[in-house]
Design a protein around this ligand. Structure first.
Ligand code: CTP
Ligand code: MG
Length: 216
């Protein structure tokens, strides 16, 4: 799509996993390569944000840049590179390398929502479990589950909205939170239960099982 750029964040350390999970192959293709391919299907430029000291040996269609100490810092590095490359980028997609099972439909839905006027769009799935706030071993509050959703990537942004949300720095586990804090209009589209993030080894095993062909 003209005017669409994508940032794949792949500069994490994978502390909970125990390894830089984004470079592990899943059914023959590394998580980072899967995320880039998914982005390249909808974006005309893709930047991949990598840990320091990595020589990029993946798709030449992705421009490698070095990330930061936090996810937000890595997104900023990717965004700066994307805008420097193509200042006319109207819509920016931010996608976690750690989500190998994001469907094309999710990318199309978030981009369409931004093209439709939102500052940002995120895929979200209703929360099934009751969510409580805890402090140490004490449960201190129970949140009202109605109206709670769990949010995924790919997230899409009007480039100017994402840039102004990031300009003052700021840290959040997703970029939409920075746009919300900046007063931007953030909408959600239906996410996919398949599009879970690979956080620990059990998630990786689950994703691998989903990619095994059904017996006939
Ligand atoms: N990420 C990044 N730069 C960072 C931290 C995270 O680009 N400084 C990326 C990760 O590579 C991943 C995505 O952001 O694709 C989501 O982060 P997460 O699942 O938390 O991965 P890690 O930070 O690598 O894992 P952990 O928090 O367990 O260390
Ligand atoms: Mg992390």
């Amino acid at each position: 799509m003209p005017g669409v750029g994508a940032v794949v964040v792949a500069a994490g350390r994978g502390e909970r996993f125990g390894a830089a999970k984004q470079f592990l192959p899943l059914d023959g293709s590394r998580l980072v390569d899967r995320a880039i391919a998914a982005c390249a299907a909808v974006a005309d430029a893709v930047v991949v944000v990598l840990p320091t000291g990595i020589t990029w040996d993946g798709s030449p269609a992705a421009t490698p840049v070095v990330g930061g100490a936090t996810r937000s810092a890595s997104v900023r590095a990717g965004l700066d590179a994307l805008v420097a490359r193509d200042p006319a980028t109207e819509v920016v997609i931010v996608h976690d390398a750690a989500r190998p099972l994001a469907d094309r439909a999710l990318f199309d839905a978030v981009v369409a929502a931004v093209r439709g006027g939102a500052d940002a769009a995120v895929p979200a799935v209703p929360v099934a479990d009751t969510i409580k706030r805890v402090e140490g071993d004490r449960v201190v509050a129970t949140l009202e589950r109605a109206g709670l959703v769990a949010v995924q990537t790919p997230q899409a942004f009007r480039t100017a909205a994402l840039r102004s949300a990031h300009v003052a720095g700021g840290e959040a586990t997703d970029d939409a939170a920075l746009v919300e804090a900046h007063g931007g209009v953030v909408v959600w589209v239906p996410g996919s239960p398949r599009n879970f993030k690979i956080t620990d080894l059990a998630d990786f095993d689950r994703a691998a099982a989903l990619l095994v062909p059904e017996p006939r």
